[in-house]
Structures are given as C-alpha cells and as structure tokens.
Design a protein around this ligand. Structure first.
Ligand code: HEC
Ligand code: HEC
Ligand code: HEC
Ligand code: HEC
Ligand code: HEC
Ligand code: HEC
Length: 275
C-alpha cells in the first residue's frame, strides 16, 4: 500500500507542470484542479499481484453449502475464448454475482458446465472428483500455473502483467470467437477510424479503437448499457466516473488493463502511474 502511494506521489510530482493547468472536464465545462485530480487518482486501487488480476471469487452459495469459495480466473479462459463467447453466447453477467450460477444449473450443462464436461475441460460431476480445481481454499496452485502460462507472453506493467492486445495481434493467443457456430457480423467499415474522445481537456487525448475492441467483444457488450451510441453523448464521462467502474472502467479496472496504465489510453501522457 505504501509503495503504491509513493508511486502516486512520484507520478504527480513528475506530472506537476502539466497538472498545474486547470483541467476542463469534458462533461459540461466544470473544472478539475490539480488537488481534485490528485484525490481522484489516489482512489485508483493498487494493482495487486499479476496472477490474481481478473480473478472473480464466488463465495455466496458455496459458503452457505460449506464448500470452499470458487475462484474463476479470467486469464485461463481469455487465452482460449473471447469475451464474447461467455458474455454474449453463454450469458455470463459482466458484474460479479449477476449470473446466478448454481450447482443444479451447471451440472445440467449450463454456465461453467457448458465446457467443464470432462471433455473440453475437467468435469463438474461428482464422479469427476475435480471439485477442488474450482472450489479452492487458496490460489497457490493456480498462481503457480499462471507463472508458467505467462512466460513468453508480451509484457505490460499492470493488470496481469501481460499485454493481451499485443498477444492477440502477434498470435501468441488465438481465442475462439464462437462456440455455437454463430456468425459474427463483419466489422462496419465506417467505424474503422479510431474515435477521439473528450478533447475538451488539455491532458486528455484518448482515442478509442472500435476495431480492436470488436476483436473480442460484441457491439452489445458496450451499447447501450455502458455507452450511448453517439460520440460525446455520454454524459459524466470523466476519469472519476471511469475509476469508479463505469464507462471504460467497466472492463479496464477489473479484467482488461487497469486505469493505472495511463499511457495506454492517453498516448501523449508521459507520466504513468509508476513504471
Ligand atoms: C469462460 C468464460 C468467460 C470469458 C471468456 C470471459 N469472462 Fe468475464 N466473467 C465470466 C464470469 C463467470 C464472471 C463472473 C460472473 C458472476 O459472478 O456472475 C465474469 C465477470 C466479468 C466482469 C466483472 C468482474 C468483477 O470483478 O466484478 C468483467 C468486467 C468481465 N467479466 C469482463 C470480461 C472481458 C473484458 C473478457 C474478455 C477479455 C471476459 N470477461 C472474458 C466469464 C468469462
Ligand atoms: C467456454 C468454455 C468454458 C467455460 C464457460 C468455463 N470454463 Fe473454466 N476452463 C475452460 C478450459 C478449456 C480450461 C482449461 C482446460 C483444463 O484445465 O481442463 C478451464 C480452466 C478452468 C480453471 C483452471 C483450473 C486449473 O486447475 O488450472 C478454473 C478454476 C475454471 N476453469 C473455472 C471455471 C468456472 C468456475 C467456470 C464458470 C463460472 C468456468 N470455468 C467456465 C473452459 C471453460
Ligand atoms: C468448473 C467449476 C466447478 C467445479 C469443478 C465444481 N463446482 Fe461447485 N460451484 C461452482 C460455482 C461457480 C458455484 C457457485 C458459487 C457461489 O455462487 O458461491 C458452485 C456452487 C456449489 C455449491 C453451492 C450450492 C449450489 O446450489 O450452488 C455446492 C454444494 C457445490 N458447488 C458443490 C460442488 C461439488 C461437490 C463439486 C465436485 C463434485 C463441485 N461443486 C465442482 C463451480 C464448480
Ligand atoms: C468496448 C466498447 C464498445 C464496443 C464493443 C462498441 N462500441 Fe461503439 N462506441 C463506444 C464508445 C466509447 C463510443 C463513443 C461514445 C461517446 O463518445 O459518448 C462509441 C460510439 C459509437 C458510434 C458513434 C460513432 C460516431 O462516429 O458517431 C457508433 C455508430 C457505434 N459506436 C457503433 C458500434 C457498433 C456497430 C459496434 C459493434 C460493431 C460497437 N459500436 C461496439 C464503445 C464501444
Ligand atoms: C466491455 C469491455 C471494455 C470496455 C467498456 C472498454 N474496453 Fe478497452 N479493451 C477491452 C479489452 C478486452 C481489451 C484488450 C486488452 C486487455 O484486455 O487488456 C481492450 C483494449 C484497449 C486498448 C488497448 C489497445 C492496444 O492495442 O493496446 C485501449 C487503448 C482501450 N482498450 C481503451 C479503451 C477506452 C478509452 C475505453 C472507454 C472509452 C474502453 N477501452 C472501454 C475491453 C473494454
Ligand atoms: C482505459 C482508458 C484510460 C486510462 C487507462 C486512463 N484514462 Fe484518463 N481518461 C480516459 C477517458 C475516456 C477520459 C474522458 C475523456 C477525455 O476527457 O478525454 C479521461 C480523462 C482524463 C483526464 C481529464 C480530466 C477528466 O477527469 O476528464 C485526465 C487528467 C486523465 N484522464 C488522467 C489520467 C491518468 C493520470 C491516468 C493514469 C493514472 C489515466 N487518465 C488513465 C481514459 C483513460
């Protein structure tokens, strides 16, 4: 924790000259000054160990039944399947706890049971005796497998320490985009040009590539729940709302590279949150 605070301080010190400008918010022209921004940035949670980033712990029903909690690691799965497969085709919610997974459902072949059938992946039935691979007291073994897995993949400073976008581009991962044989729409030509977001603020030069996101997601992953479909129609689209898990932060805090990695969105920003 202390180390992280030191990093924030270092980042703010380095960024001081640029920050001294009063920042105009893209949402309605209010201004965020340096100390307000500092407060917002301090609320970015520390990254934590690379191996644990994107793990979702499910303990409600498991605990009631006296079972160890279930740890769902995104890294294992996203190397094999795009987000679209689970969050569109298989109806997993993008908020923890939303899906309502129960043993009765997954042993009948829904949710986790679609793949964990003893063929595609280890099974969920009593006879499979693999309970411990999902219901785990601690993540030691899983973390160890992450170390082996991540070796040789392109590096990033935050999140899983893996540059997933680069891994996809260079073919070191080749996730399947459908397991139902659903045909995905061709990518619309007119969205090829990256969008410039919120030019109102002197420090923000965020560009958003539809094409790169469409490689793993579906239009409905973002529209209309997370973003309005018209450029700049999304109100309250600021760093602060992003950090609290909205907009970009709906993915870029929990599964995709987190908000700490300033440079990956603000291409022109030469200060990042530690290195
Ligand atoms: C193999 C299936 C699978 C794949 C592939 C997958 N997810 Fe998930 N995701 C889940 C499950 C299961 C949950 C937890 C849902 C619940 O608790 O009800 C989840 C939860 C999430 C959450 C909420 C996490 C939290 O901590 O609250 C986000 C955000 C998310 N996924 C984004 C993504 C993105 C982005 C991708 C692609 C890079 C992706 N997921 C790929 C199954 C998957
Ligand atoms: C789209 C297919 C798919 C879905 C859906 C899916 N998994 Fe997996 N899962 C896999 C594959 C493939 C592997 C890796 C193969 C293996 O180790 O047998 C894996 C591996 C895992 C691992 C790693 C275990 C280890 O010992 O390395 C865990 C934990 C896990 N899954 C939990 C879950 C949970 C919990 C759910 C539901 C919330 C789920 N999975 C849904 C395909 C899937
Ligand atoms: C592929 C991953 C996976 C495997 C393997 C698995 N479970 Fe689960 N189990 C889950 C998930 C996900 C939940 C929901 C957890 C929650 O919400 O707390 C769950 C919940 C449960 C519950 C809570 C009661 C309920 O109705 O949901 C029990 C009991 C349970 N599992 C028993 C077992 C037993 C016994 C085994 C081995 C024979 C097993 N599980 C194997 C993923 C798995
Ligand atoms: C990862 C999230 C995400 C995905 C996936 C996504 N969009 Fe968008 N889209 C955005 C954002 C962010 C904006 C800009 C919103 C703003 O400025 O308020 C936008 C804007 C748009 C616009 C307005 C563009 C303009 O130039 O006026 C259209 C049209 C659009 N999206 C269509 C689509 C379609 C079609 C798909 C699927 C092929 C798609 N989007 C997938 C996030 C996404
Ligand atoms: C629905 C989930 C989701 C949302 C919402 C989302 N992203 Fe992403 N984004 C992803 C995934 C998945 C990747 C692949 C890399 C990763 O997971 O780390 C990605 C990658 C990126 C990249 C890296 C491209 C590269 O080649 O390095 C940038 C930049 C980016 N997103 C910006 C944004 C911005 C800005 C917003 C908000 C306007 C946003 N994203 C909203 C899921 C999302
Ligand atoms: C996932 C993409 C993403 C990451 C990572 C990210 N930002 Fe932003 N940031 C945005 C978006 C989108 C906006 C709002 C649109 C705009 O103003 O350009 C924004 C706006 C801002 C603004 C303008 C003031 C405001 O609140 O609107 C500042 C300053 C800023 N970000 C600083 C940072 C710093 C410092 C970091 C790293 C600690 C960071 N950002 C990381 C996407 C990101």
């Amino acid at each position: 924790m202390e180390g992280v605070l030191r990093k924030v301080m270092r980042m703010l010190l380095r960024a001081a000259p640029a920050c001294a400008l009063v920042l105009a918010l893209s949402s309605g022209g209010a201004a965020m000054d340096r100390s307000e921004l500092a407060k917002v940035l301090k609320t970015i949670p520390p990254n934590g160990p690379f191996a644990k980033f994107g793990n979702v712990t499910m303990r409600t029903r498991a605990k009631q039944a006296g079972m160890a909690p279930v740890v769902f690691p995104h890294w294992v799965h996203r190397a094999r399947y795009t987000c679209r497969v689970c969050h569109l085709e298989l109806n997993f919610g993008m908020k923890r706890g939303d899906t309502g997974i129960t043993r009765a459902l997954y042993t009948k072949g829904r949710f986790c049971g679609v793949c964990h059938d003893g063929t595609v992946a280890f099974g969920v039935q009593t006879a499979d005796k693999q309970c411990h691979r999902c219901h785990m007291e601690n993540t030691k073994e899983l973390d160890q497998r992450f170390e082996d897995f991540s070796e040789g993949l392109p590096l990033a400073s935050f999140g899983n320490g893996i540059d997933w976008a680069a891994a996809l581009r260079d073919g070191s991962i080749r996730p399947t985009n459908s397991i139902n044989g659903q045909i995905t729409l061709p990518f619309p030509e007119k969205l090829k040009q990256p969008l410039k977001l919120g030019t109102a603020s002197p420090r923000s030069d965020v560009s958003f590539s539809h094409e790169e996101h469409f490689a793993e997601l579906d239009c409905s992953s973002c529209h209309p729940d997370i973003f309005n479909i018209k450029v700049k129609s999304t109100s309250a689209f600021t760093m602060e709302t992003n950090i609290y898990g909205n907009f970009c932060g709906a993915c870029h805090m929990l599964v995709s590279f987190p908000m700490n990695d300033c440079k990956r969105c603000h291409k022109g920003m030469n200060s990042s949150f530690g290195t």
